[in-house]
Write a protein that binds this ligand. Structure first.
Ligand SMILES: *Cc1c(COP(=O)(O)O)cnc(C)c1O
Length: 354
């Protein structure tokens, strides 16, 4: 079956391929040398995205990890501390970059589904600790929370944290790789999200479907020093308007359609819950990520992923018993249904002896 039907790739929303229209926008982009700030397409994208979040300036980067790293290094000095959630991308998936490049130490709090509770974070924060303990300088919040299953952070908790952090002199960073998904699912504006954070990172290369590209967003001063650090890291790019044009196209066409991805994820979650109720509560699937708990199954996540692959479905085994499915614009309704049927069959088999 897998030889004749196309492979369904639910490993991540980063696997999307640029559409013909996007490629055509890229091919006709006006470009210049961006290290000289001469690329009009990059400049207009930076201005556009800064404005979307109500900020002064933005900086185009090749990856979201770099946008995160430039952001946190602009907030936290060497030897100081950033606190973030245990399963956040900054803590787990950036390979120790904050320590390696910026001398930043991290402490983490663990939250069910990654969901923010301001009081939990403030209990951990220790600003101005004096000569004995590490001083906390900044807090990073991930929205939506990737390894938390695409969960949307409660806006009241963000607002509360922001208010109290300000009183303590602590900075807030938003890892907004999928803030677009949070915006579409919650109806909360990007401007509103922008209000609470000193620095923000966003990805164009996830659900928005661009091949490459992220931005760091902040005030003029931090962006201008981050421009220097970007070059120092070797990520000063030249006629990169070719990529920025994909970003413009993505912002023009691909934000509101994220709602379709959310519907597809919900459908998959319902199929999985019907086949094996302990794997997921579909009510928790708010955006485009479905995290399956296979701890009650008779196979590991890796074995499950390998059986799925044999049937033409790619999924991510992210833990011993944690499987992640991510819906995106390259998944048709038909492919989503076929994915559901494969998952149902494999789950029924994986829970048959329990
Ligand atoms: C994907 C992602 C990033 C950035 O990833 P890159 O692969 O470096 O672009 C950052 N944060 C979260 C939560 C992500 O999911």
């Amino acid at each position: 079956m897998a030889d004749t039907l196309e492979i369904i790739d639910l490993r991540s929303d980063t696997v999307t391929k640029p559409s013909l229209e996007m490629r055509s926008a890229m091919a006709s982009a006006e470009v210049g040398d961006d290290v000289y700030s001469d690329d009009p397409t990059v400049n207009s994208l930076e201005e556009r995205v800064a404005e979307l979040f109500g900020k002064e300036a933005a900086l185009f980067t090749p990856s979201g990890s770099l946008a995160n790293q430039l952001s946190i290094r602009s907030l936290v000095s060497p030897g100081e501390e950033l606190i973030c959630e245990t399963n956040s991308h900054i803590a787990r998936a950036e390979l120790g970059a904050a320590a390696t490049f910026s001398g930043i130490t991290t402490r983490t709090w663990l939250a069910e589904r990654g969901l923010l509770k301001a009081s939990q974070v403030l209990d951990l924060a220790k600003p101005d600790s004096g000569p004995y303990l590490v001083s906390t300088t900044a807090i990073a919040i991930e929205n939506t929370h990737n390894f938390g299953g695409g969960s949307i952070q409660p806006i009241e908790e963000i607002a509360l944290l922001s208010r109290q952090a300000k009183e303590l002199g602590l900075f807030l960073h938003l890892d907004g790789a999928r803030i677009w998904n949070a915006h579409i699912a919650s109806g909360i504006s990007l401007l509103e999200y922008g209000k609470y954070f000193e620095t923000i990172s966003v990805c164009l290369s996830k659900g928005l479907g661009a091949p490459v590209g992220s931005l760091m967003i902040s005030n003029k001063e931090r962006i201008s020093s981050s421009r220097v650090w970007r070059k120092r890291y070797g990520a000063g790019m030249r006629q990169v308007g070719i990529l920025a044009a994909a970003g413009h196209y993505a912002l023009d066409h691909n934000i509101s359609r994220l709602a379709d991805d959310h519907i597809k994820a919900k459908k998959l979650a319902q199929v999985c819950a019907n086949a094996a109720p302990s794997t997921i509560n579909p009510d928790f699937v708010e955006t485009n990520i479905v995290g399956l708990d296979l701890s009650q199954a008779n196979v590991s996540a890796l074995e499950f992923a390998s059986s799925a692959k044999q049937k033409g479905l790619l999924v991510s085994a992210l833990g011993k018993s944690y499987l992640r499915l991510v819906t995106h614009m390259d998944i048709t309704d038909e492919a989503n249904e076929r994915a559901g049927a494969i998952l149902q069959e494999l789950l029924e088999r994986a829970f048959v002896l329990k």
